[in-house]
Structure formats: structure tokens, C-alpha cells
Design a protein around this ligand. Structure first.
Ligand code: AMP
Ligand code: GLY
Length: 411
């Protein structure tokens, strides 16, 4: 079996790593210099038994449709289903149709009604770009003035270009967050092991939202009952609503959830694996990922039930200085191989390139995902931070508190 993963992110690297356990050959189309099996050719020019598309942009852009039109077997929704992530406004319409609990909200393209609605809300104020913004288009603030400025800048196209010319303003929710990724075959879905990610740039959940600075899995607060509830009340009704619209959704449906005082609520849907959630969830799989994604791509999950080891995984992301506002690239990456000296740790590469002398250098905001494994979250966390201290580049920015609270609660 030959598999092509599409994407240059650390999630694509993790996918390739885990798929390689059972595939005969794995190539990463558009992969980066830190991956062993990167190829430059686009997927349209490659042959394989299965194509797995990692990031959201090509999915929203219809890559899965184009590959399917060539007769290829693809894991990832077509442009119609990927619009769930391409437009937060449309996502909210689908969610309403499906009866999925989510924050009170409204969608605007003009400043006057947007500001009027905003002033009816209570803090914290939440403003989102309608379109794709690499996880950075969401502002959560206690300050009405900051929220008003953000609405104006987004709608004027000043802060996020066209992605912000429509905004969603929503009620602020509180509570722990949870990422539950389900593998869908168009009609049925099966859950993967839950994860929690860390979206803010700085320790203590301060600083701006990022693409994700770390993650861990499993999540002690998310037992089988809670996973069952997410499948029954969120994933399955959403898949049914999509199907009622004629959308044959074959790919990952990622529910970003909040455990609010009023119960579980949806924060967002994504149409691909989480990044960095994939880096902690997929390596924990004890069943076959190639078989699972092939069955979903074929539209028949059959008896597939993803299984996971009990061991925990913790991922710490190393980003360039200045990320997310003004990332500064070009630093030499030291000792990528030193990770092999750390038992039970792996490194997955994202913003990694080669300089003219062939040395690995940073190229982009999030650079490395350093993942540790262990029988407890605390042990996995120790391995991840041991890796962080061996593999580095000048000015590497990382959070010190990934999975710290969960590790503490274990004791
Ligand atoms: P999103 O891209 O929609 O997942 O939002 C990014 C992050 O912003 C989420 O993971 C939450 O931490 C935060 N967030 C989004 N929506 C809300 C909300 N309605 N209330 C509180 N926090 C939110
Ligand atoms: N970890 C957040 C995301 O993948 O969107």
C-alpha cells in the first residue's frame, strides 16, 4: 500500500510517521526539509492507493474533489464539506440545523449593526473572522473598546484581509476545552482519543491566539461517557445535516468543545486533524491508521474501531521568536537528531527549510512539535521537555506549562 500525505505541517509529519507503521511506502507531497519522505511533486502528479490531505486550505480549495475526479482514493472532505471551516458563519447555520449546542452569535459584514450587536453582549467579547486565518482570527477580550476596534479592523480588511470582511460575534463561554476528532465515512463516524490543546502564545493562557502551542492526550476529564455524548449530540447530527444537504463528508470532523457550566458546547468545527492534536493522538493508536482512513475514504467504515494505548502523549511546540504577530525565521536548528537520545520522544517538523549550505533552518512560525510519551501525563511531559532542551534554535519560543495542570491533577 502506498500513501501520499499532502502538507508541510508537523501534523502531516505525524500522519506520515504513523501511516508508515503499516504502509509499504509513504511520501509527503509539499513536505518540509525536516521530513524524511518529502517530495516536491503535487498530489495530482503522484500515484498512490490513498491520499490524505493534512491542512484546511487545500481542502477548502477543492483539492479532494480534484483528486477524486482523477479516480484517486482520498481521505478529506470535498470543498462543500470543508466550507464548515471555510466559513464560520455557514458552520453556525449547519450547527443550528443539526440542533448542536453552541454560543449565541450573529454574523455581520457592516460595522454599524455589528457594533450595535456587540454592545448588547457581556464580557468576555468574542470576535471571529468568518474566513480562514490559521487559528489566529479569534479575539477573546474583556475590553469593549478592544472588541470594537477589532470589529472595525477586521471588517475593513485591515487585520485579516478578505477573511475578516465578514465577522461572527458570539457570546463568551467559560470552561475547560476539549478536542474530539471523529473519522467519518459520509454516513457514520468513529471517535479518536480526546486531546486538549493550548491555543494562547504564552504561559498561563495569556497572549494572542496561535495555531496551537502544545497538546496532550488522553484527557482525564473526557471519559467514554463524554465521548459518547459528543458523538450523539454533536458529530452524528452534524454529519446527518451535511448529508441532508447532499454532502458526502469523508474525512476528519474535529469538534472543538467547551465544558461550560451549562454543559458541553461547540466552539468550532474543523475539517481535518488538529495541529498539534494529531501529534499526540495518532502516535497513541494501537489499531491500523491506514486501514481506518482507507475505509473512511471508501465510504464504508465497516467494523473499524480505532484503539489507543493507555500511555499518555504530550506535545510542546517550538515556535520562532515573534510568533504569531511577526515571526522571525532563518535560525539554524541544532541537533534535530538529539531527540533520538531521549527515550520515548519524537520530533515532528513544520517550518523547517535548508539554507544554501544544506543546513536546517527555521522557516515559519511553528517550527517543531516535540512529543514525549509515558505511562502518565507527568512522565510524558518530562520526556517532551527533555526533548525541548536538547533540540533548539536561537530564540525558540515555547510554553513551559503544557499539560502542567493535568499532570498535577494525576497526583
Ligand atoms: P476557534 O478558532 O473558533 O476555535 O477559537 C479559538 C479559541 O478562542 C478557542 O479555542 C477558545 O479558546 C477561544 N474561543 C472561541 N470562541 C469562544 C467563545 N465563544 N467563548 C470563549 N472563548 C472562545
Ligand atoms: N489545534 C487547533 C487546530 O488544529 O485548529
Amino acid at each position: 500500500m502506498k500513501v501520499v500525505v499532502v502538507g508541510g505541517d508537523a501534523r502531516a509529519h505525524a500522519l506520515a510517521h504513523v501511516l508508515s507503521r503499516s504502509a509499504d511506502e509513504v511520501a509527503v507531497s509539499g513536505g518540509n526539509a525536516g521530513m524524511p519522505n518529502a517530495v516536491a511533486a503535487p498530489p495530482e502528479e503522484l500515484d498512490a492507493d490513498l491520499f490524505v490531505i493534512s491542512p484546511e486550505e487545500p481542502l477548502v480549495d477543492g483539492m479532494a474533489d480534484r483528486l477524486r475526479a482523477q479516480g484517486k482514493r482520498v481521505y478529506g472532505p470535498g470543498a462543500d464539506g470543508a466550507w464548515l471551516e471555510g466559513s464560520k458563519g455557514w458552520m453556525k447555520e449547519v450547527v443550528a440545523k443539526a440542533g448542536v449546542p453552541t454560543a449565541r452569535h450573529a454574523t455581520f459584514s457592516d460595522a454599524a449593526p455589528a457594533l450595535e450587536y456587540l454592545r448588547t453582549m457581556k464580557a468576555p467579547f468574542v470576535i471571529k473572522t468568518d474566513g480562514l486565518a490559521a487559528g489566529k482570527g479569534v479575539l477573546v477580550t474583556e475590553s469593549l473598546i478592544e472588541a470594537e476596534d477589532d470589529v472595525k479592523a477586521k471588517l475593513a480588511g485591515a487585520s485579516f484581509g478578505d477573511a475578516g470582511r465578514t465577522v461572527v460575534i458570539e457570546e463568551g463561554m467559560t470552561g475547560p476545552e476539549l478536542s474530539l476528532l471523529a473519522v467519518c465515512d459520509g454516513r457514520r463516524a468513529v471517535p479518536l482519543s480526546p486531546a486538549q490543546d493550548f491555543k494562547r502564545a504564552l504561559d498561563g493562557d495569556r497572549g494572542p491566539n496561535t495555531g496551537g502551542m502544545g497538546a496532550y492526550s488522553p484527557v482525564p476529564i473526557a471519559g467514554d461517557d463524554l465521548v459518547g455524548e459528543v458523538m450523539d449530540r454533536f458529530i452524528e447530527p452534524t454529519l446527518a445535516a451535511l448529508r441532508a444537504d447532499g454532502i458526502d463528508y469523508r474525512g476528519t470532523l474535529y469538534a472543538g468543545l467547551m465544558l461550560t457550566p451549562d454543559g458541553l458546547k461547540l466552539v468550532e468545527y474543523n475539517v481535518r486533524f488538529g495541529d498539534p492534536e494529531a501529534q499526540v493522538v495518532l502516535p497513541r493508536m494501537s489499531s491500523d491508521l491506514v486501514e481506518l482512513l482507507t475505509a473512511a475514504a471508501d465510504g464504508d467504515l465497516g467494523g473499524q474501531v480505532p484503539r489507543f494505548v493507555d500511555d499518555a502523549a504530550v506535545c510542546v511546540v517550538g515556535a520562532t521568536p515573534g510568533y504569531p504577530e511577526a515571526p522571525r525565521s532563518g535560525a539554524l536548528i541544532d541537533a534535530l537528531d538529539a531527540i533520538h537520545d531521549v527515550t520515548d520522544a519524537l520530533v515532528f517538523c513544520a517550518g523547517v527549510d535548508r539554507d544554501s549550505d544544506g543546513r536546517l533552518v527555521t522557516a515559519g512560525g511553528r517550527v517543531l512539535s516535540i512529543v514525549g510519551f509515558g505511562p502518565t501525563i507527568a512522565a510524558a511531559r518530562d520526556r517532551a521537555y527533555e526533548g525541548v532542551h536538547r533540540v533548539a534554535f536561537a530564540g525558540m519560543q515555547f510554553r513551559n506549562d503544557i499539560a502542567a495542570a493535568a499532570a498535577k491533577e494525576e497526583t
